[in-house]
Design a protein around this ligand. Structure first.
Ligand SMILES: C[S@@+](CC[C@H](N)C(=O)[O-])C[C@H]1O[C@@H](n2cnc3c(N)ncnc32)[C@H](O)[C@@H]1O
Length: 185
């Protein structure tokens, strides 16, 4: 079902959806495996799509941890809204990650522990990517982490402009295989 949604949205919006299928279970596990769910007070997700990473985070987070997911595509947004309607301290926003600050102000959140991103930086306009990475760097706590995945290492230079320490791991069990990048200042 989610795959059907995804392909349809990819055909309509190839640059922003950026993938023909949702990420695999294996990739989702790698994305969240090092998150310290005991200490995290706020986690952000960019571009949840059909919610593969969202579900993992919701299953592992404490009830008191605030989790904000921001999705640009309104079809995905409606699907997620229905799927996760009973979750505690889960805030779903239908907007671009470029506008995240507005919502953090609304909820009185200054800094966050993790930003988990599903955004297709390789196909997003450069100005949009830079704006999102500027905000990300600004909202992360000093030991906070930006976790993203990419199908190629083509955008590494961009990530290195923002983060000094980047760990990368390749996940073969995904279509296509992907790199998980864990980035810190
Ligand atoms: C490659 S898909 C990843 C979806 C999901 N995280 C996964 O791994 O299956 C990219 C997602 O980012 C969303 N997206 C693209 N640009 C965005 C933006 N500026 N702000 C928020 N979401 C965005 C797309 O609508 C899509 O849901």
């Amino acid at each position: 079902m989610d795959v059907k949604y995804f392909i349809k949205q990819y055909v309509k919006n190839p640059r922003t959806v950026g993938a023909i299928a949702p990420s695999s279970e294996k990739l989702a596990c790698k994305m969240v495996e090092d998150i310290n769910f005991i200490n995290a007070t706020c986690i952000i997700e960019y571009g949840p799509g059909t919610g593969v990473f969202t579900e993992k985070i919701l299953n592992k987070k404490k009830d008191s941890t605030i989790f904000i997911a921001i999705e640009y595509n309104s079809v995905f947004y409606r699907l997620l809204k229905e799927k996760f309607k009973h979750e505690k301290n889960f805030i779903l926003i239908n907007d671009s990650a470029e506008n995240l600050k507005k919502y953090l102000n609304k909820y009185n959140i200054d800094k966050v522990d993790y930003v988990v991103s599903g955004l297709p930086f390789a196909s997003l306009p450069d100005a949009m990517s830079k704006k999102i990475l500027d905000i990300t760097k600004d909202i992360l706590k000093s030991n906070g982490e930006f976790i993203t995945f990419q199908y190629s290492l083509f955008k590494m230079r961009l990530f290195r402009m923002y983060f000094e320490r980047i760990k990368k791991k390749k996940v073969f069990l995904n279509l296509p295989p992907a790199y998980v990048l864990k980035c810190k200042s």
